[in-house]
Structures are given as C-alpha cells and as structure tokens.
Design a protein around this ligand. Structure first.
Ligand code: 1GP
Length: 249
C-alpha cells in the first residue's frame, strides 16, 4: 500500500494521523535524536517528516538513516528546496506553494527535482502547500519570498485549496510555519475541510494537546508537530494520546 493510498483510506474512515517533524539542524545531538525517535515509536506516531526551510548542516541523510535503522515508521521528506532529497526516505511531499506567487516554488524547483526523483524509489506525493499568517514573519515565509494568506481570509484559503485539488494535488498542507506564534484557527481549518475532498495536513505552532485536539476536531486529517518537541520531547506523549483517543471513537 502506498503512503498516499494510506492517507486517503484513513481520511475516508475518519481516522487521524500524527507526524513528527525533524529539522536536521535542530537535532544534531545523537542522543536527543534517538530519544525522539524512540518516543515516537512508543507513542504510535504515524510518520516522520524530515526537512526545513533552511538547512545549514549536512545532517539530513544522517537523520533519515538513523530513523530507518531504528524504527518502522515511514520517513517522508518535507523539503525546503530541491537539494533536500534523500533516496533512503520512503516518500517526499512534492510541494507546490500555492498560497504564494513565487514561480520557483510553484514549478521551478520541481523541474529541477523531477529527473532526480525519477531515479529514486521515493514515493512522490503531490501536495498543495499553503502558508497562513500566524503573527510574526516565519522562516518559511521569509525564505519562500511569499505572503502567507491572512488568517481571517477564509474564502481565500478555501478557494486556494480547491484550486490546488482541481489541479490534481493529492493532499493540502496548511502551515502556520514552524514555531508559529499562533496556530491555524479551527475556523480556517473547518472552512478548508468542508471545501476539499483530499486529505488535509495541518502544522505550525501546535504545542499543546488542546491545540492538537482543536485541529483534529476542526477537520485536520494529520497534524504535524516539530518545534515544540525540540524543546520538550515528552509533550509527544500527551499529544499523540489525543490522536489515539480520537481513533478509538
Ligand atoms: C512546520 O508544520 C510544521 O512547517 C510544524 O510546525 O515546528 O511549529 O510544530 P512546528
């Protein structure tokens, strides 16, 4: 079964997933990385996302390899640019930054990455990526040179997601940006959810179990947690409990 068909199946069944995002720059210390990997495995995390808007170390391959050698959780690349490709991962979010108007991130980097990906076994998951304003400027907004969707422009978000779906993108990832001051509101998640049929991934600033639950209730199929775990890995226990409890209903 492919990663994408699992996303779709889980969405069809109303089951939620949780992904742990590892930014290779932030978890350079082997003991901290292994602790988080083991914690994820003990707490039934569904996916690892690996990537970052700006990676300054040569640590990406090491992170992917360490996860693959340690546990059975699929590793999905979440690349900030076309250099972040590692064939040892299981899949890659082939992100088109549809909330922005930067042609490089709508199609340019994809042209460069496509022939490279063709020579790997990575599962390519065409994903509409939407940045939503969350307070102060995030790294991803700055690096991508795009303006996030204003957080109270619900129709703008819904129509952007719908256009992405009509273009054939297989999932929509709405992101407030790593370490966002404010996570995406329940209202915005709900508006987008009711507009599209493809799985909806939500991330950025989810740093408490309550925020995680709000995103799930509003319609997120998958929540992504990164920054908060860099500071406090054990938070994963309570957050993944919310996903587990939801799936028991
Ligand atoms: C960032 O959506 C991811 O691109 C996760 O956000 O790091 O704030 O959890 P956090």
């Amino acid at each position: 079964m492919t990663l994408l068909s699992t996303f779709k199946d889980r969405h069809a069944q109303g089951k939620k997933s949780i992904a742990v995002l590892i930014d290779p720059d932030k978890l350079e210390e082997p003991a901290r990385l292994l602790h988080l990997i083991n914690l994820a495995s003990e707490n039934c995390v569904d996916y690892f996302f690996v990537g970052g808007s700006l990676i300054t170390t040569a640590n990406l391959s090491h992170v992917v390899r360490t996860i693959k050698e340690s546990v059975n959780i699929p590793v999905i690349l979440f690349p900030g640019n076309s250099m972040q490709i590692d064939p040892a991962a299981d899949g890659i979010l082939f992100l088109s930054l549809i909330s922005g108007r930067n042609p490089e991130l709508l199609i340019g980097q994809h042209v460069i990455a496509a022939p490279v990906l063709r020579n790997t076994n990575l599962e390519v998951i065409p994903t509409g990526y939407m940045l939503v304003n969350s307070g102060k400027t995030t790294s991803v907004a700055y690096i991508s040179n795009t303006i996030p969707i204003p957080e109270d422009k619900y129709s703008l978000a819904s129509c952007t997601a719908l256009a992405g779906e009509m273009l054939g993108l297989q999932a929509i990832y709405m992101d407030a940006g790593s370490g966002a001051e404010r996570e995406i509101s329940a209202r915005m998640i709900a508006e987008v959810r009711k507009t599209i049929r493809v799985p909806l991934i939500i991330g950025g600033g989810i740093n408490t179990p309550e925020k995680a639950l709000r995103a799930l209730e509003a319609g997120a199929d998958m929540i992504v947690i990164g920054n908060a775990l860099e500071k406090e890995p054990d938070l994963l226990i309570e957050i993944s409990d919310k996903v587990y409890e939801w799936n028991q209903k």
